[in-house]
Design a protein around this ligand. Sequence first.
Ligand code: G3I
Length: 546
Amino acid sequence: MSSLRKAISAGAIALLPLVTAAVAILPATPAHASASLREHAAARGKFIGAAVATSPLANETSYRNIAATEFNQITAENVMKWDTTEPSQNQFNWTGADAVVDFATQNNQQVHGHTLVWHNQTPNWVQNLSATDMRSAIQNHIAKVVGRYAANPTVVSWDVVNEVFDDNGNMRNSFWYQKLGDTYIADAFRAARAADPDARLCINDYNVEGVNAKSTAMYNLVRTLRAQNVPVDCVGFQGHLATQYGFPGQVQQNLQRFADLGVQVRFTEIDIRIQMPRDAAKDAQQATYYRDVVNACLAVTQCAGITLWGFTDKYSWVPDTFPSEGAALIYDANYAKKPAYTAVHDALAGGTTTPDTEAPTRPGTPTASAVTSSGATLNWTASTDNRAVTGYDVYQGTTRLGSSTTNSVTLTGLSPQTAYSVTVVARDAAGNTSAASAAVTFTTLAGQPGGPCTSTYKTVNSWQGGFQGEVTVSCPAAVTGWKTVLTYPSGVNITQSWSSTLSAAPPAFTFTNAAWNGSIPAGGSTTFGFIGSWNGNGTPPTPTIS
Ligand code: G3I
């Protein structure tokens, strides 16, 4: 019966991430001013969670009461990490993890497992293994840790890999990476899926809340992994913010671009530190950051909820790591509510009694630039909205040519030497749409199908009935869009590609640039890949390229 409940919860989340996830935790209750954070969150279809430390959970009544009554989701701050769960090879210690899961079960809360594969808090015995043994250790660790709670409906999700990037977007040169390259990431996700097919599997990192080099690297990785059928269900944005660095840019748009890949998103470790000492102005500024985090999640349908990294300033990692900074949480060290608590509370409570029926304003007339034989870039003056604009769609008549979460889009896959007349429509989270903008007209350039570029094909991998292909597009002169057509013998089909936009009309398969890799400088190249199926044996057929 318990596994059935988990299957229902996890399955429903996959289809309808926000409403069902939280309703499964606590039935929606009408919001009112004195209601707890968890009541308001549930009424909005979100979770509100906190990381907990096991010592105060066992020993302090105030800590335990707040953890139980204000939150409907719990993450173990430390005790589900590798150094606690498997301190020596194949010797598992469940004391702390079980205590957290039992507490959550008693209080009708869900547990998010943190974390399976991380470069910190992993024992030396793991770090010293050979590559082969390290791979086996990952398999065994995940099978045992995830497997222990697979039939337990309280544990619904996992941070499978944590912090795999440097801040510049390069892969972190961790001991995992040094020994295994980036293969450990896909291996870990596949092992977690095998251990619990119903759990939601997340990749988690910090400094990825806004649009920046690191979050774009994460975006590209998630897209590539999913194109390879690696079971990445969710992206966690830690959210360790500091008021002296300002609020990250384009947080809502960043969540939305990940959501548009088909993954659930969530804030996983929110704390917002200030430079000590506290004063009223710093408290107020911190409160606006908390409010803006909550509102960004509320504005994105696929954002499942927000977990705070603790709740009382009495227990926080911040002062140990950043001397002279602290007070990062929503209760002070004496368990008194701070302005940040009120901000989270009121943001969660806001709008529950007043459905949003107001449409965004009409977008400005777009301008077209960088017109090529197959694409164009459009820019327009942004719309405004009483809540928030969540995206724009670009239409020719009733055909949607593209969409964007910002007031700019690069259209691809257009036909050469064709006149286009396009308009832009803004939308908000409630589905209200603006009036269409005035139209912009432009005509794509004449162009030979492949442009001035040449494409070379190779088969990367093949198996019974399937293969993975890769094409490198090389351009002697600069282009802002490209197209490669592969024609196969009958029986071949291609349904998935990455780093390109696929239009399949077997036996011809047309790949045009994705929004981000259309521009190739003179002498430059780019590579895209795809998965094909065919009904033969042996070596897969090679395509004709045009
Ligand atoms: O348990 C020992 C204790 O026996 C010993 O006396 C004491 C002496 O320093 O250390 C205790 O262990 C500490 C542990 O927290 C438990 O309190 C470690 O030193 C300390 O390094 C560890 O810090 C944790 C940190 O991760 C480690 O990287 C923090 O509590 C925890 O909040 C923090 O959480 C991470 C997330 O997992 C991932 N994202 C970033 C986040 C903040 O750094």
